[in-house]
Design a protein around this ligand. Structure first.
Ligand SMILES: [Zn+2]
Ligand SMILES: [Zn+2]
Ligand SMILES: [Zn+2]
Ligand SMILES: [Zn+2]
Length: 279
């Protein structure tokens, strides 16, 4: 297979227009009268005036005029390259599958800057572009990204931080409103200030306090670690009382629970009060 362009993760080296948006990720589009050959254990050949879309994760979709389903596709291919010897404009490979697309008559071959699409949540203070929420928050124009916990809410018209970014509302024992940019306003620092050493370790023989730490997510872990291994992920919810076990209870989207997810005593107090009322 001489002449095959070595392909990186994206298969292409994209050149961004000097005055265009500085976005690394691009969607490549090839349109025209093409022959498309899909090979695995069997072989299918198509010809038509089609549009092929190559996404940054090497997903390749060949669309014709009918319906919503592509004529041919490979999702998250290992490589996307061109084969000049065979005159194939695109050669897509994944495991034993190959997709070859040759353009007899090109209507267009271009790449376009692409971003995540999501719910608009405000304007980028750096460039004025639209900020959208998908898995994180991304600026559609300059590509700035902010990691956002899945349960955080960001509302348009919510008050912005002094830095100009929207704030996110997130429940970690209390409802916190913090800047999207952790470097500007730290959720961890806010939770620490509220709950560090606030609760006692639940191990009967341990006199430790629970410290607020980040281990992937935020946890309340015993100060005597590693001698004491008590540690709990802080639930997405607001502290609303004390469990029969002594730890705090949280009101979450799925009900009242103990800080200790394995403890089922969170509702004991409430149940006793109910049965007392019944008597
Ligand atoms: Zn921006
Ligand atoms: Zn800020
Ligand atoms: Zn402990
Ligand atoms: Zn409990």
């Amino acid at each position: 297979m001489g002449g095959v362009t070595p392909a990186g993760r994206r298969g292409f080296k994209y050149e961004t227009a000097a005055n265009g948006p500085m976005i690394d990720d691009a969607i490549r589009v090839l349109a025209g009268d093409c022959t498309v050959i899909a090979e695995d254990t069997d072989r299918s050949e198509y010809r038509g005036r089609v549009t092929t879309i190559v996404k940054p994760d090497n997903t390749v979709l060949v669309h014709d005029i009918d319906g919503y389903q592509p004529v041919a596709w490979l999702t998250r291919a290992d490589s996307v390259s061109s084969d000049r010897t065979g005159d194939f404009t695109l050669v897509v490979k994944k495991d034993t599958q190959t997709l070859r697309i040759a353009a007899h008559d090109q209507d267009g071959f271009a790449h376009y800057p692409a971003s995540a699409a999501g719910t608009p949540v405000g304007d980028c203070p750096d460039c004025g572009g639209a900020l959208v929420r998908s898995s994180g928050v991304t600026c559609v124009s300059c590509g700035d990204r902010y990691g956002v916990p899945a349960d955080a809410t960001i509302r348009d018209n919510q008050c912005d931080c002094d830095c100009g970014l929207p704030k996110m509302r997130i429940e970690r024992g209390l409802a916190f409103n913090v800047c999207l940019d952790r470097a500007c306003e730290s959720l961890d620092a806010a939770v620490k200030q509220a709950f560090d050493r606030e609760w006692d370790c639940s191990e009967p023989d341990c006199d430790g306090d629970l410290r607020i730490l980040r281990r992937g997510g935020l946890i309340a872990g015993c100060e005597h670690y590693p001698n004491c291994e008590v540690g709990f992920a802080i639930p997405a919810g607001v502290v609303d009382g004390e469990c029969a076990c002594g730890l705090p209870t949280f009101e979450t989207g799925s009900g009242i629970r103990c800080l200790d997810a394995t403890c089922d005593r969170a509702l004991e107090g409430a149940l006793e009060a109910d049965s007392a009322a019944d008597d």
